[in-house]
Ligand binder design. Structure first.
Ligand SMILES: NC(=O)c1ccc[n+]([C@@H]2O[C@H](COP(=O)([O-])OP(=O)(O)OC[C@H]3O[C@@H](n4cnc5c(N)ncnc54)[C@H](O)[C@@H]3O)[C@@H](O)[C@H]2O)c1
Ligand SMILES: [Fe+2]
Length: 383
């Protein structure tokens, strides 16, 4: 089967990149913008950086700001109704993965109304039409939702999150402006940065990985290892580097998939609202340990990209352990918790979590086949 790469039509990078939104809206002849964001980004005036530009350019817009962290089906449906009511012909999503993912689902349902139940979009969504134009402005440096063909929605009723993958939903324009990420508090910066690292590592060892995505993932690991600690400390040069690093990881994993770290992280957020990046980070070392036998020489390159010295003279066991130690050290340095019990997870739920992870759309991409018992053992090991 041929390898496929799908990326944004256009992306803008660097300080001040948000100014390009005005040109893109005008150039495309679009008349009414639906701004999709969350209430915190309104409060901390991050969304205003974009709406000020729309005001100055005389572009008509309406703001939908009800998006929740770990966005729900109801959120998407309310957003679709808002978009119709306002007669918008383009969505500008401002936020982290939650706002951008919600906007992706809204834009896809606007042109494929037969999926209005949202649940039917799970997995490889069989939509027929390109989504309504979406301009995605990232305000966190982690999910890379602005460049991926995926989005993740929470089904509160069933206590699960589901992943939708659809080439029709990729934002036509991605804006990666580090000024939009400048106000991230330390904890958010740490969690989202670890999410990006997990994308790069899972994308590098997933079954579909190939030369082009390997190049992206290894570069992303290198950048994230070099800059994440400083970014968490608030260094703005480091935040610029992280904004690029997480985008490069997204260019890769969006095209080849992920693995069980994400499958296991999704139900943790669905059930307990644990931030996605924290859930991913806490699972990384034990998942790497489990996957090691199915990864050939790959951990040597992960260790090298993580800055481990002398990897060429190490035995397989040594470089595998060195790569796991290096990612755990990074997580520890930026104060990611190590135990699920610290995050309010209940022991009685572990079996449900394992079943839910087994059914997740990311599981088939894992390099090593896995059973519900093995997933349960990983959860127990970090409980
Ligand atoms: N589409 C994809 O490919 C993909 C990949 C990974 C994760 N996800 C999904 O993305 C979601 C997580 O997204 P996230 O980690 O980016 O966080 P988020 O969007 O959930 O935001 C978390 C909180 O941080 C605040 N925030 C965001 N940017 C800020 C800033 N610059 N300054 C101050 N506060 C800010 C938000 O207002 C919100 O309260 C999860 O639902 C996850 O499943 C999607
Ligand atoms: Fe993720």
């Amino acid at each position: 089967m041929a390898n496929r790469i799908i990326l944004n039509e256009t992306s803008y990078f660097g300080k001040g990149a948000i100014r390009e939104i005005v040109n893109e809206v005008k150039k495309r002849g679009l008349k009414k913008v639906m701004v999709a964001t969350d209430p915190d980004l309104i409060k901390c005036m991050v969304a205003a950086k974009v709406t000020d530009l729309l005001n100055a350019a005389g572009i008509d817009y309406a703001v939908y700001d009800h998006i929740k962290v770990n966005p729900t089906i109801e959120n998407v449906q309310e957003g679709v109704a808002f978009c119709k009511e306002q007669g918008a012909d383009v969505i500008v999503a401002i936020g982290g993965g939650s706002a951008i993912d919600t906007a992706k689902a809204i834009s896809i349902i606007m042109t494929n109304p037969e999926f209005a139940d949202v649940r039917s979009l799970e997995g490889a969504s069989p939509t027929k039409h390109k989504a309504m134009p979406l301009i995605a402005v990232s305000t966190t440096s982690g999910t890379a939702a602005e460049v991926t063909i995926n989005y993740v929605i929470t089904d509160r009723e069933k206590g699960r999150k589901f992943v939708c993958a659809d080439p029709h939903d990729i934002p036509v324009v991605a804006i990666v402006d580090p000024d939009m990420c400048a106000s991230m508090p330390r904890g958010l910066c740490a969690a989202t940065g670890m999410d990006a690292l997990v994308h790069a590592i899972e994308g590098y060892i997933t079954k579909g990985a190939w030369e082009l995505t390997d190049m992206m993932h290894l570069k992303a690991i290198e950048i994230i290892n070099k800059w994440l600690r400083k970014s968490v400390e608030g260094d703005m040069k480091a935040r610029e580097e992280m904004a690029i690093g997480q985008y490069i990881a997204g260019m890769g994993f969006s095209n080849v998939g992920l693995g069980i770290d994400h499958s296991m992280a999704h139900p943790l957020s669905a059930l307990y609202d644990i931030p996605h990046g924290v859930a991913c980070a806490i699972l990384l070392a034990p998942v790497l340990k489990f996957n090691a036998p199915a990864t050939g020489e790959r951990y040597r390159e992960i260790a090298r990209a993580m800055g481990v010295e002398g990897v060429d003279s190490m035995s397989q066991d040594q470089y595998r352990q060195a790569s796991i130690d290096a990612v755990q050290k990074l997580a520890d340095d930026i104060k990611i918790p190590r135990c699920l019990s610290e995050l309010g997870v209940k022991e009685k739920d572990l079996e449900f979590l394992a079943e839910s992870a087994l059914a997740d759309a990311c599981t088939p991409g894992n390099p090593r086949d896995v059973t519900a018992e093995e997933l349960l053992a990983i959860y127990k090991a970090i409980y």
